[in-house]
Design a protein around this ligand. Structure first.
Ligand code: HEC
Length: 167
């Protein structure tokens, strides 16, 4: 399982620019999964408010694994930073790195710990999804609530999920 994080980082598109958090506009699609011009996963929202499957999936995973520390919908808490602020400048590779490896910040007499999720399939198998959701939040495309309408689960998502979760 330790190889999971490494495999994932190795699959990171090589062409991430100086600011991978940049323009979230959709440049390409692969079976219901959307990418920006730099090849980073991104969200898609239709005129009627329907979001792509990954945004919904990321909403679920964020609330299961991250929101206890990072606050509702990425808005931050007294303990952990607001990810809707972080993602304004944080490239996807850096995001992945912190989530896979964790980070400990000791300062001002207290210790803030971002746990390492590198061996947690409930996070590693959905890292793109969580990032896509937080990108949508950062761009103001979705509010705090669960997206009301979403695209159906793509076949490729179901396959990748099965393989990643080891079923
Ligand atoms: C136990 C509490 C906790 C949980 C759960 C947690 N985090 Fe964190 N996270 C932190 C803390 C504290 C920091 C700040 C660490 C520091 O100051 O170096 C942090 C930092 C981060 C950063 C860096 C932000 C920045 O501006 O540099 C990212 C990205 C991040 N977390 C993503 C996530 C994601 C995604 C999840 C869910 C899979 C998650 N975290 C779950 C506590 C947590």
């Amino acid at each position: 399982m330790g190889a999971l994080g490494i495999a994932l980082l190795a699959s990171t598109p090589a062409a991430i620019g100086a600011d991978g958090s940049g323009d979230p506009a959709v440049a390409s699609e692969q079976d219901g999964k959307f990418f920006d011009a730099q090849g980073n996963p991104t969200f898609k929202k239709d005129a009627d408010g329907t979001v792509d499957w990954y945004t919904l999936s990321g909403f679920r995973r964020y609330h299961a694994e991250c929101h206890t520390c990072h606050g509702p919908a990425g808005e931050g808490s007294t303990y952990a930073p607001a990810l809707v602020q972080s993602l304004k400048t944080m490239p996807y590779a850096d995001f992945q790195n912190v989530v896979v490896n964790g980070r400990v910040n000791v300062g001002g007499g207290h210790e803030n710990v971002m746990p390492s999720f590198g061996t947690n399939p409930n996070v590693m198998c959905y890292l793109d999804d969580i990032y896509v959701y937080l990108r949508a939040r950062t761009a103001g495309a979705v509010d705090r609530a669960r997206p009301a309408k979403n695209a159906p689960k793509p076949a490729s998502f179901a396959e990748a999920e099965k393989a990643c979760m080891g079923h």
